[in-house]
Design a protein around this ligand. Structure first.
Ligand code: URA
Length: 438
């Protein structure tokens, strides 16, 4: 039968369930050019209003995964493991998690993204490291995964190109915000990386895209059920994003925070807890260690004995960064000309943080984008960020600001003060809101 895209659109528009074949033909038509962009836009809007059942979401994910290359690691002797976070502020977990897993025998080909809205992106953090390439050719990518155990790089044009097209269309047609579409978009890229197991960190709170526990739960369940349905062992942790996770926000500052975490020079407690929990979960899913307590201890051990730091250093150097980066990161990372404390207007105890506001202040400093083509200043941001419960006074600031000039410093300081509420009702919530398994 001749395939007519408008029939698929009409069927979804009318609330019917699409077959696997219809979805596959529609998505492959997008990359071949037989489905026009305006038809893809109408399809996205139909899904936005009518949603998709689990089988349809799996079919959409698989079709977008198969629209390009699917990486094959069958010549690697070990589990292929990865993590995805739905995004937050001061969320540099990937920088520690990948080398922890690598030190425990997993292979981590981590395809990461750039910052989205107020949230930071892993790739932007690595771009702060001089010489590091986030777009190696395939041969170098495989070599780094083999030799360092992990390689954190950007999406290539060959991975899930249908998602790239559909996401671009959704972005300008008000159809991003739909769980079926978000699920297939995130997972198509991750599944194209040829994973055995995937750990998801679904963030909830003032600095997350999901503001309520209920929304986070719906997204986490959708992601876990679709990923498992598409053959990748996947679990999700729902974690708190009512305050920045690390005490640093901004690209070079988060890299510095990550290196100090890996070497044990400085570890933020909430960041440590989330990293260990996600790492242990991944060891369980990939069959490396099924006892969660033993798994957590193994993860702590490779931090304590320096093995994780060593894998990180090897990855950085193989991807073109400095050979002595872990030892001498301060000499290599860019620094801002203005560094000073941002004090609260009056002394008090931090009761609530608008973490999104902190992320927006980083954008004002030039550390994040307002349009996709914006160039970044990697040196700017905040460190020594005070957590909820901290007592602030004339000696203890809200944070230390790193800025390129006086104008951006004063606007970002103003925004930071606004994001902090003192002496009100404490918005202190559990770090872990839930675990979703298949
Ligand atoms: N991130 C993605 O990759 N896709 C979405 O649809 C939303 C967030």
């Amino acid at each position: 039968m001749v395939f007519l895209p408008q029939e698929v659109i009409a069927k979804k528009r009318d609330g019917e369930v699409l077959s696997k074949d219809e979805i596959a033909q529609f998505i492959s038509g997008m990359t071949k050019g037989s489905v026009r962009p305006e038809q893809a836009a109408a399809f996205a809007m139909a899904v936005y209003f009518q949603n998709m059942e689990l089988d349809e979401r799996i079919a959409l994910t698989e079709a977008m995964r198969d629209s390009g290359e699917v990486l094959d690691w069958s010549d690697f002797d070990g589990a292929i493991l990865d993590k995805h976070s739905t995004g937050g502020v001061g969320d540099n977990v990937s920088l520690m998690l990948a080398p922890i897993w690598a030190a425990l025998g997993a292979y981590v080909p981590m395809i990461s993204g750039r910052g989205l809205g107020h949230t930071g992106g892993t790739l932007d953090k690595f771009d702060a490291i001089p010489g590091y390439t986030t777009s190696p050719d395939n041969a170098l990518f495989r070599k780094v995964v083999r030799e360092a155990g992990c390689a954190i790089i950007g999406q290539t044009a060959d991975l899930a190109p249908a998602d790239k097209m559909l996401y671009g269309i959704r972005d300008v047609t008000a159809t991003v915000d739909n769980v079926s579409l978000i699920t297939s978009s995130i997972l198509s890229k991750k599944l194209a990386a040829g994973l055995d197991a995937l750990v998801l960190d679904v963030k909830v709170g003032t600095g997350a895209f999901m503001r309520t526990a209920q929304d986070a739960d719906v997204l986490a369940k959708s992601l876990v059920h679709v990923a498992n349905g598409a053959g990748v062992k996947t679990s999700a942790l729902i974690t708190d994003m009512n305050e920045p996770l690390a005490s640093a926000a901004g690209n070079a500052l988060e890299v510095k925070n990550a290196v100090e975490f890996l070497t044990g020079a400085h570890q933020d407690m909430r960041l440590l807890d989330v990293t260990i929990e996600l790492a242990a979960l991944g060891l369980g899913l990939s069959g490396i260690e099924s006892d969660m307590d033993i798994a957590r201890n193994k993860c702590r051990a490779v931090l304590d004995n320096g093995a994780a730091a060593e894998h990180f250093g090897k990855m950085v150097s193989l991807l073109g960064g400095p050979k002595d980066f872990v030892q001498n990161y301060n000499q290599h990372l860019p620094t801002a000309p203005i560094i000073r404390d941002v004090l609260a207007e009056k002394p008090g105890t931090v009761s609530r943080i608008d973490a999104r506001g902190v992320g927006m202040a980083v954008i004002v400093l030039g550390g994040g984008r307002t349009t996709p083509t914006d160039a970044l200043d990697y040196s700017v941001g905040f460190d020594q960020i005070a957590p909820i419960g901290a007592t602030l006074n004339s000696k203890t600031p809200i944070a230390r600001i790193h800025a390129a000039d006086e104008n951006s410093a004063s606007e970002a300081a103003m925004r930071l003060r606004k994001a902090y509420q003192l002496d009100g009702e404490r918005n202190e919530s559990e770090l872990f809101h839930g675990l979703i398994t298949a």
